[in-house]
Design a protein around this ligand. Structure first.
Ligand code: ATP
Length: 367
C-alpha cells in the first residue's frame, strides 16, 4: 500500500488547461473519489497518476517515490477502465492472469492467485469463457479481478461501473466496498455520479474546470459545502438558491426576498456579523422545504410561503414538488402518501436551520 501525493500539478493540452495547480494527498489505504462534471479534469488527473499522460508542471509521488518519469508498468498500480479493456480472443482466466504471465510468475502461483480472486468475485464457473459470452456485470468483475490479482500498491478506477444498469451498479458498489474493507488498498476512483462518490468514498475531492473545489468526507461535503458549486453538485435533488437582502431592523437581522422576511438563525447572526455586503445567496436543500402542515415547525427559524405547485417527481418513498412564487422556483419534499395537485396553492415551510449562505459574487460559503 502507499499514499499518493500530487504537488502543484498542472496539465495543459496546447491552450486547454485541463488541470490547474492541483495539490492533494490520498492517504495509505484510503478509498478516495475524484468527483466532478464532464470535462472537469478528473480522468486527466487519474491518467497522470497512472503515467498515461505526462505532467506539464508539478510532482506526483506514489509512496515516497517521485513517479513523473517512471514508466506506467513500473508504478505498481492497476487500472480499471470504464470499457473494461478485456482481450476478446482470450478466456476469462487468460484475461485475469495476463499481467502475471508478463511478469513471469510461476504457473502454479498464477493459478492459485486467479482462483483466489475468481472466488471472491464469483467468477470460478466462468474462467473458460470468452468476454463476449459474459454479461456486462460479469465483464466488469473480470476487469476488477484482473486488477486485484496483481496486488498493486494503488488501484486507479475510471468510472468502472458506468456501463452497468442501475441495479447491477448498486450491487457492484456493495462488492467494491466489501473488497476494500477486506483489503484496504489505496484506491483512487473517478466518477461524475455524486451518489457513487458519496457511497464509496472515505473522502471525496470535488473538481470543476480543472480546479479543486473541496476535499472532505461525504458527510462534511453535504453539511458544509465550501462553495455554491459544491453545494449545488452534491445532494439530490439539487439545492435551491435564492438571492436575499440582509436587513437589520430594531437590532434584529432579517433575510428578505420581495415581500418575504425571515429572522436569521443564531448561527447565521454570528456568520453575518462582520459580513460587509447587503445581499447574500441562500441555499436550502429540498429536504428542508416541506408542506407547512407536514412540517415540524421550529419557532423563529422557519419561513412559511404561499406557493403554487408546478411539477411533482414521485420517487416512491417520497415526492419532490416544484413550487413557484413570483420570480423563483423552490423544490420541496412531500411525503409519498400525500396527493399534491398541480397548479394549486400551498403553504410551504422552509426550515432555516438547514440553510447555507454563500457570497453572491464569489460563491464562497459565508456560513
Ligand atoms: P469526463 O467525465 O467527460 O471523462 P473528465 O472530468 O474526466 O470528463 P478530462 O477527460 O480529464 O475530463 O478532460 C479535461 C479537459 O481536458 C477537457 O476540456 C478535455 O476536452 C480536455 N482534454 C482531455 N484530453 C485531451 C487531449 N488529449 N487533447 C486535448 N484536450 C484534452
Amino acid at each position: 500500500m502507499a499514499r499518493v501525493y500530487l504537488e502543484h500539478v498542472w496539465k495543459k493540452f496546447g491552450t486547454v488547461v485541463a488541470v490547474k495547480d492541483l495539490t492533494l494527498e490520498v492517504k495509505d489505504g484510503e478509498f478516495f473519489v475524484l468527483l466532478g462534471p464532464s470535462g472537469c479534469g478528473k480522468t486527466t488527473t487519474l491518467r497522470m497518476i497512472a503515467g498515461l499522460e505526462d505532467v506539464t508542471e508539478g510532482t506526483i509521488y506514489i509512496g515516497d517515490r517521485v513517479v513523473n518519469d517512471v514508466h506506467p508498468k513500473d508504478r505498481d498500480i492497476a487500472m480499471v477502465f470504464q470499457n473494461y479493456a478485456l482481450y476478446p480472443h482470450m478466456s476469462v482466466f487468460d484475461n485475469i492472469s495476463f499481467g502475471l504471465k508478463l511478469r513471469g510468475l510461476p504457473k502454479e502461483e498464477i493459478k492459485a492467485r486467479v482462483d483466489e480472486v475468481a472466488g471472491w468475485l464469483g467468477l470460478k464457473e466462468l474462467l473458460n469463457r470468452r468476454p463476449r459470452e459474459l454479461s456486462g456485470g460479469q465483464r466488469q468483475r473480470v476487469a476488477l479481478a484482473r486488477a486485484l490479482v496483481r496486488r498493486p500498491q494503488v488501484f486507479l478506477m475510471d468510472e468502472p461501473l458506468s456501463n452497468l444498469d442501475a441495479k447491477l451498479r448498486t450491487q457492484a458498489r456493495g462488492e467494491l466496498l466489501r473488497l476494500h474493507k477486506d483489503f484496504p488498498t489505496t484506491t483512487i476512483y473517478v466518477t461524475h455520479d455524486q451518489v457513487e462518490a458519496m457511497t464509496l468514498g472515505d473522502r471525496v475531492a470535488v473538481m470543476m474546470e480543472g480546479t479543486l473545489q473541496q476535499v472532505d468526507s461525504p458527510q462534511m461535503l453535504y453539511l458544509y459545502p465550501a462553495n455554491q458549486f459544491v453545494a449545488g453538485f452534491v445532494g439530490t435533488p439539487p439545492m435551491n438558491f435564492l438571492t436575499m437582502d440582509i436587513v437589520t431592523e430594531e437590532g434584529q437581522m432579517y433575510l428578505k426576498h420581495n415581500g418575504l422576511k425571515v429572522p436569521v438563525t443564531a448561527d447565521m447572526a454570528v456568520g453575518l456579523k462582520d459580513y460587509p455586503k447587503n445581499k447574500v445567496l441562500m441555499g436550502i436543500r429540498p429536504q428542508d422545504v416541506h408542506l407547512a402542515d407536514e412540517a415540524r415547525m421550529i419557532e423563529n427559524s422557519g419561513w412559511v410561503l404561499h406557493c403554487i405547485s408546478d411539477v411533482a417527481e414521485r420517487l416512491g418513498t417520497e415526492t419532490y414538488v416544484h413550487f413557484t412564487l413570483d420570480d423563483f422556483e423552490l423544490v420541496g419534499r412531500v411525503s409519498a402518501v400525500r396527493t399534491v395537485s398541480m397548479g394549486m396553492e400551498y403553504d410551504i415551510y422552509m426550515d432555516m436551520t438547514g440553510a447555507h449562505l454563500f457570497d453572491l459574487d464569489t460563491g464562497v460559503r459565508v456560513c
